[in-house]
Design a protein. Sequence first.
Length: 357
Amino acid sequence: MACQSYDANYKALIILQKASLVLLNSAIHLLNGQINAGMRPKQHSYRHLPTAQPRALGSLPAWPYNRRTLFVELVMPNLHLADLTAEIEANVRRALAEDIGSGDITARLIPAERLAKATIITRDNAVISGTAWVDAVFRQLDPRVAVHWQVADGERVSPNQVLFHLEGPARSLLSGERSALNFLQMLSGVATHAQQLADQVAQTQVKLLDTRKTLPGLRLAQKYAVTCGGCHNHRIGLYDAFLIKENHIAACGGIAQAISAAHKIAPGKPVEIEVESLAELKEALAAGADIIMLDELSMDDMREAVRLNAGKAKLEASGGINESTLLPIAQTGVDYISIGAMTKDVKAVDLSMRLSL
């Protein structure tokens, strides 16, 4: 259901984007007419322009961009927490069902009326993500449980720092512990890794992107965690953007044919294509690709690709990305670097809960 809702809002954003571009074109046409007629351009107020955007796609980026890059940035925005209300509830329902099942028989050792408090700390340096999932665990399990946060998503924390306190029925605190900490430690692990990568390229203009290499059923959660760590979201799935790779190109008969077909199949959705040489880059630019993925090009070829591109499309580096190559690749001038390991190779943050009766 969450993906269907996301796609519906995506279509609404495309309508907004097209309307914005029409208004922009009209303004440019009017300005050009005034200049050609030797008139001084009038000062217009744009307060009447629509500022609302579909909630499930987050906020729009700052202006200005050129026509093509404006288009790409609009349709691939970051997820925000407000986008994920239904997704979080569904994630938590599944987690509680698989863990508690027909009932927590161990928790029944404790009298039902017994109240308790708990404190949760981190044993690692980390960046926090997943507080809303913890809240949903205890809200669904037992609304009597109170969660008192000492930190927020995106905040950096140190070993032994208190993250949150719990108060409520002892049974519920213990039954919800594992599901709550599973979400928090995994998503914080993603955010922490993302932040480590983002810190390495902080002095450049590049954006680090996630990929579809996510845990099944937790893609939106992990992509949200990526943003808590200062990195950015690529496409959500196979439905919201094209990513044309070698086999697609071969099946379509060539780069130009594949890009042309994509624009016809789903007008308004971004078309990204993978290239493996500068010659293929030139073909993709001529065919009107929105984003061009440079697949394991040499550093020299990436710098030349940036020169040849000259802002016509967004350039994304992919493949062969590691700690030693990340910064040099960012310094070539590419717009994006996509890193599958950001969500695929997750090291959970070490958390601990201590109960007091």
